[in-house]
Design a protein around this ligand. Structure first.
Ligand code: SF4
Length: 331
């Protein structure tokens, strides 16, 4: 079965697989690692322009390690899940300091780096070095659950993924299984008629594809709300605060936020229309409030702060909803 599986997949890949992704030319360990981190939770089309800007500024692991976290986050801003960028930066520094600038060649070495789990390490080993490495990312899990018509927990899928991974053509196979999940065995409306595995796929053969993977009972997300202070001084500068790390926007610059407005004189406040932003674990209602101040007030004693002109916004890494809000508002 495993031979047929990989042979069919590789044949399909020859014709339909993605072979012109920017991190495949050249296929260096740095490019593969960076792309694998960017591709966690994010689709290829979204990643490509970020990847290209990123490697222009940080062409190698040394330049990444030397940069400030602030600058790395600026090049990541908009891609979300910012702990990925912070971990990438820490990992680059670790590679320079503890690995003398050489990328690890084995799974354990990669997994010792911040932000690199078992599947990412397997993908890097396979893609960058052409050595046996097993991938079990979200796409691959979905393919396997359908192919075997199983509701097994993630951990139980590792032996199946390992068994199906061939010893040869590992670079193409690892790309092929990811491509199949992203392009054919998609979350909704899988294109089973075009799938090279449909003859052996248990879910397809039993017409139960829609049952795999099992739908999670979606709990209503908890809701939070916060006031975001658009403070403007006499020079028409606004106040930004660097958010604490770890935290949802850790390391990014945002408007100061407070739970209530009691500390401010009501007549100085201008409430602006609220908007919501959904995170993985909660929904946040952002209630912006404009406040004109005559002096450059200190709101927080612990967070780094900057009074900036709106035209200088691009020099700071901002969370997307705050950036969109600021760009849409005249001061
Ligand atoms: S036949 Fe359909 S469900 Fe089965 S692996 Fe292919 S695309 Fe996925």
């Amino acid at each position: 079965m495993s031979k047929t599986f990989s042979a069919k997949l590789l044949k399909w890949f020859d014709k339909h697989g993605r072979k012109d992704l920017p991190w495949q030319h050249p296929r260096s360990a740095y490019f593969v690692w960076l792309s694998e981190i960017m591709l966690q939770q994010t689709q290829v089309v979204t990643v490509i322009p970020y990847f290209q800007r990123f490697i222009e500024r940080f062409p190698d692991v040394n330049s990444l390690a030397q940069a400030s976290e602030d600058e790395v986050l600026r090049y990541w801003a908009g891609l979300g899940y910012y702990s990925r960028a912070r971990n990438l930066h820490k990992a680059a520094q670790k590679i320079m300091l503890e690995f003398q600038g050489e990328f690890p060649r084995d799974l354990a070495g990669w997994q010792s780096l911040p932000g690199v789990g078992r599947s990412t390490a397997g993908a890097i080993i396979a893609q960058a070095f052409g050595e046996f490495g097993v991938i079990l990312d979200g796409n691959v899990k979905r393919v396997l659950r359908r192919f075997y018509a199983t509701h097994e927990a993630d951990e139980q899928l590792w032996p199946l993924a390992t068994k199906l991974t061939p010893q040869k053509s590992i670079i193409d196979y690892s790309q092929a299984i990811m491509d199949l999940g992203a392009m054919v065995c998609t979350r909704s409306k899988p294109k089973c008629m075009l799938c090279p595995l449909n003859q052996e796929c248990s879910a397809y053969q039993t017409e139960t594809v829609q049952n795999y993977p099992a739908k999670k009972q979606r709990k209503a997300l908890p809701e939070k709300e916060k006031y975001f202070l658009l403070m403007i001084n006499e020079k028409n500068e606004i106040l930004l605060e660097r958010q604490p790390s770890p935290g949802i926007w850790g390391g990014l610059w945002s408007l100061p936020s407070v739970d209530d407005l009691q500390q401010f004189p009501q007549q100085a406040l201008e409430k602006l229309p609220s908007f919501t932003h959904t995170f993985t674990h909660f929904k946040l209602t952002l209630k912006p409030v404009k406040i004109r101040v005559s002096t450059s007030l200190q709101i927080s004693e612990t967070l780094p702060q900057a009074w900036i002109l709106l035209k200088d916004l691009s020099k700071y890494a901002l969370p997307t909803p705050i950036k969109v809000f600021l760009c849409a508002n005249d001061l």
